[in-house]
Design a protein around this ligand. Structure first.
Ligand SMILES: Cc1cc2nc3c(=O)[nH]c(=O)nc-3n(C[C@H](O)[C@H](O)[C@H](O)COP(=O)(O)OP(=O)(O)OC[C@H]3O[C@@H](n4cnc5c(N)ncnc54)[C@H](O)[C@@H]3O)c2cc1C
Length: 482
């Protein structure tokens, strides 16, 4: 087949940013098509079936919750711009989470969706740092949520304000784990954005997980007349005179469009452009990636004695090492998620217990392994990752934990690279972002992770704002951009 279809806008990638951009454009009558290499939508936040169970790929928690009554939050902007009523997706709040440092998480800062809880914890454990912490929070609140880099180190600013090395690490830990694209530190603007998203606006989850969000986006997109081609990767972007003139598809067909939005990442998009345009400025891929283990339990984690926390960011010592590990996995720190511990309403429970644990990993040490060694290494690391997490949770005997475990799964940086095309399996993309979405071609724009907004809400907001800026505002078809 070698026919070429022309669209107003072609979107590469049916992750959350691509879907949100598609919905927005289709609502304004644009002829739009989303091209996705895989059979399932969602990208880094998709779901899959294993032995009859549906697993979420990424979802621990939706950040940016914003309690009812709050105004102007990113989540509310996303819902409004996509014409989604708040009750079309029922967000259930976290119960209680923690940042836990020490071999057994002895030094813990609890937080809920009520920020005064976190403030109280900082005051209890770090009374001498409290004034500085308050000033830091004021600065964060007054920092406009924007992906544009300030060029200022968040670590420097946090250190200057709180003056306590342990508190500095405990404040950086959740932010870096949920969005740090480079090792050790993060730009202050991104720190402020993520601090607001996690700690000020808070965490929630739809009862059905990511499927509830994807279903609404896909329904809206279809109803508005958007087209979607699955199993249809873009293998090459043909450029002429500085413009993308055609997208060559894996199967050999071609698509052209007035404007192209790419949600697949900066380096990954640059690699598709042929003939190659000037490499200076092409972003280098990131190296931050994870393994994740999932244990399905025959009862709620709390009933097994693992406690009632929703999310736990843990680290076994006073120093937090956010970096590509020298080993396949670094089990010194990680993120625990127990989805059963969201507040789903009286009497409503998930059908099975779930314990998910994420740890930093090294893509290069997973990618080249022969299949047999790869599987053996997964089996070797699984108990080590789970063991690291269980040291921080309530004490449960191995025998009791094993008896309650009815299924397990584990994925690695290699899985992430394979299913999303992200170079190095880097889940937060390239360290250098493109806040205006600019690429080497004038009608090709980035959206999603490498535009600089990430996470579930951030990537949707990115898709919307890039669609507004590069298509709708240009055409004079829309009012204020988000
Ligand atoms: C393990 C893990 C846990 C996470 N936990 C959370 C969480 O708890 N809360 C939260 O808010 N966020 C979380 N995230 C982050 C969140 O999933 C991402 O920030 C967000 O989904 C990124 O969306 P995106 O649209 O930018 O990119 P992607 O999701 O990467 O979408 C890009 C899409 O493009 C497709 N594609 C790639 N190359 C091509 C090509 N050449 N042609 C066609 N299609 C192509 C891919 O298949 C993919 O579907 C997590 C991510 C991971 C991996």
């Amino acid at each position: 087949m070698n026919t070429r279809t022309h669209y107003d806008v072609a979107i590469i990638g049916a992750g959350l940013s691509g879907l949100a951009a598609g919905v927005r454009l289709a609502h304004f009558g644009k002829r739009v098509c989303i091209l996705e290499r895989h059979s399932a939508p969602g990208g880094l936040n998709s779901f899959y079936s294993l032995d009859g169970r549906k697993f979420d790929v990424g979802l621990h928690a939706v950040t940016n919750f914003g309690r009812p009554g709050s105004r102007g939050t990113p989540l509310l902007k996303v819902l409004r711009q996509l014409r989604i009523d708040r009750d079309e997706i029922e967000f259930c709040e976290q119960r209680q989470s923690r940042v836990a440092f020490g071999p057994a998480g002895e030094t813990s800062l609890r937080f809920t969706n009520d920020f005064t809880v976190f403030e109280g914890e900082v005051a209890r454990l770090f009374p001498a740092a409290m004034d500085g912490f308050r000033r830091l929070v004021t600065l964060i609140r007054s920092t406009e949520p924007s992906p544009a880099a300030t060029g200022v180190s968040a670590r420097e600013i946090v250190r200057r304000h709180v003056g306590d090395p342990l508190l500095e690490e405990m404040l950086l830990c959740p932010v870096l784990f949920y969005g740090g694209p480079r090792e050790h530190d993060i730009d202050f603007a991104q720190f402020a954005l993520l601090f607001q998203a996690i700690l000020l606006e808070g965490l929630a989850r739809p009862y059905e997980g990511i499927r509830a969000i994807l279903r609404v986006l896909l329904d809206k997109y279809r109803q508005a007349g958007g087209e979607r081609r699955m199993n249809c990767g873009v293998s090459r972007i043909v450029q002429r005179d500085g413009r993308a003139v055609s997208l060559v598809l894996d199967g050999g067909g071609e698509v052209s469009a007035d404007e192209v939005l790419s949600a697949i990442g900066g380096p990954e998009t640059a690699a598709l452009i042929a003939p190659a345009v000037g490499t200076p400025g092409n972003p280098a891929p990131g190296v931050i990636t994870y393994v994740e283990t999932v244990s399905v339990l025959n009862r709620e984690p709390a009933d097994l004695g693992l406690g009632g926390d929703t999310i736990v960011f843990f680290n076994d010592s006073p120093r937090f090492h956010y970096e590509r590990p020298g080993n396949q996995v670094d089990v010194r720190s990680g993120v625990i998620c127990m989805p059963n511990n969201f507040d789903f309403g009286a009497g409503r429970r998930l059908p099975e217990g779930l314990l998910r644990v994420t740890c930093l990993a090294n893509y290069d040490l997973w990618a080249p392994l022969p299949e047999e060694t790869y599987q053996a290494d997964k089996r070797r690391w699984f108990p080590l990752v789970q063991g690291a997490a269980r040291r921080v949770l309530g004490p449960v005997a191995d025998a009791a934990f094993d008896a309650a475990t009815i299924a397990t799964d584990m994925y690695t940086p290699r899985t992430i690279a394979r299913f999303t095309g992200r170079a190095n399996g880097a889940i937060y993309g390239a360290p250098v972002k493109s806040p205006d979405g600019a690429t080497a071609l004038s009608n090709l724009h980035l959206c999603g992770t490498d535009q600089g907004l990430l996470g579930i809400v951030g990537s949707m907001l990115s898709g919307i704002s890039m669609a507004n800026r590069h298509v709708l505002l240009k055409a004079g078809g829309v009012g204020a951009a988000p």
